[in-house]
Design a protein around this ligand. Structure first.
Ligand code: FMN
Length: 208
């Protein structure tokens, strides 16, 4: 299936059939998230993957008892950093140095750019910037899932406090921005029969 067919095929499933996704497909989807682009390459996020059935069921109330969560195979919470401190940037640079065999001196201009960003943004701006990066990951995960013929539903409709507490997110430095439920569409999920509604191309794209 090519990517346009996959995008036509996918929809936000409201009910899954509880079948578990094979580990290999799940891994491919997660790998697409890991390979996502992020501003400055800082990847100010990580994923929490919930696959245990009992744990998923315990999380249902945090999603207003939604059927997507009650029936999904896996649930991926995208956790974004609300603070980016020097230690985090240091570890990012250590990783580049290790992976590419370069020196810190060779990266000094890049490092200065990052320092400038961290010094000039307010805490709130950094938090928003960081959250935006996690939505790029969300797009990659959804696209990869569709290509793997795995259904998904992105979810912002959750009680953040409850979910973060349950998943033991460190609220001082991170938050859950969005969740992606994965699984196989239920035969009686009537949403799969709805025509896809999008703006026509001429309202979406303007060539200059
Ligand atoms: C960031 C984001 C958050 C969303 N949150 C929810 C949600 O909480 N519950 C839900 O049922 N659908 C949610 N959706 C699904 C959208 O409603 C859906 O993508 C949109 O209506 C287009 O329909 P389609 O995905 O079926 O093509 C969300 C989508 C995105 C991208």
């Amino acid at each position: 299936m090519n990517y346009l067919d996959a995008l036509q095929w996918r929809y936000s499933a409201k009910k899954f059939n509880k079948r578990k996704i094979p580990a290999e497909k799940l891994w491919n989807i997660l790998e697409a998230g890991r390979l996502s682009v992020s501003s400055l390459g800082l990847q100010p996020y990580h994923l929490l993957v919930v696959e245990n059935e009992e744990t998923i069921q315990k999380l249902v109330p945090a999603f207003y008892n939604s059927s997507q969560i009650a029936t999904c195979s896996h649930l991926i919470a995208l956790v974004s950093k609300t603070h980016i401190n020097k230690a985090y940037v240091d570890s990012y640079f250590s990783n580049i140095i290790n992976e590419r065999g370069v020196t810190l001196e060779q990266l000094s201009a890049f490092r200065n750019n990052i320092n400038l960003l961290l010094e000039t943004q307010t805490e709130k701006e950094m938090e928003n910037w960081s959250a935006k990066q996690s939505y790029i990951v969300l797009g990659s995960l959804i696209m990869a899932a569709a290509l793997e013929q795995i259904d998904s539903c992105p979810m912002e409709g959750f009680k953040a406090d409850l979910l973060e507490e349950f998943l033991e997110v460190d609220k001082k430095s991170e938050k859950i921005t969005v969740v992606l439920a994965l699984g196989y569409r239920a035969a009686d999920d009537h949403f799969q029969n709805f025509k896809k509604v999008r703006k026509p191309a001429d309202k979406f794209i303007k060539f200059l």
